[in-house]
Design a protein around this ligand. Structure first.
Ligand code: FE2
Length: 183
């Protein structure tokens, strides 16, 4: 298995955008939080979260299809690659999320975007953010319109984790790393 440092170097090689880096850190933190909660491998889940969008900036037309080639550079195994590719299920690939880790990744990728956007609107940023305030933003269709609510809903069903809990864990995980993601 490759190291977090190798993952960071690969990410930097293919991504120059700071906001994409923040997004990678967000998804990594939430995946780690769920792994901890479920007694799974925190480092592994975190790396999947960190690298899930590895091909997005430079190969948007081949999103989730270019990823295997890039991940091969650091010797990622088939399971790892399957997990990364499955987050584009029904959107850009037909690789279905099968493991619990993959279902959670599918749900939280978009959800971190919603929570992040909610934080940007608040003077207190992540401080004291409630599940209720995120749900309110969820219902406001024009707010963070690029966030696909249906995907989060589908991921929540697949993973068997209620939406409220997904939001709660995401808020906590992002609060914990707030300074490093510009919040
Ligand atoms: Fe993503």
């Amino acid at each position: 298995m490759f190291t977090r440092e190798q993952a960071e170097a690969l990410f930097r090689k293919y991504n120059k955008s700071e906001s994409l880096y923040h997004h990678a850190l967000c998804v990594e933190a939430v995946m780690r939080a769920f792994a901890r909660e479920l007694g799974e491998d925190e480092d592994y889940w975190g790396l999947v979260g960190f690298l899930h969008d590895i091909d997005w900036e430079m190969f948007p037309e081949e999103h989730c299809r270019k990823a295997p080639q890039l991940l091969n550079e650091i010797g990622a195994d088939d399971d790892f690659i399957h997990a990364v590719c499955s987050h584009g299920w029904g959107l850009v690939t037909d690789v279905e999320p099968q493991k619990e880790m993959e279902k959670i990744l599918y749900a939280v990728d978009e959800l971190t975007g919603l929570v992040y956007a909610t934080a940007l609107m608040r003077p207190e940023k992540m401080n004291g953010m409630s599940v209720k305030s995120v749900k309110k933003k969820w219902s406001s269709k024009s707010f963070a319109a690029g966030v696909n609510r249906d995907v989060i809903e589908k991921g929540s069903e697949l993973a068997g984790i209620p939406r409220e809990h997904l939001i709660e864990v995401t808020i906590q995980a992002l609060s914990d790393i707030a300074p490093s993601i510009g919040l």
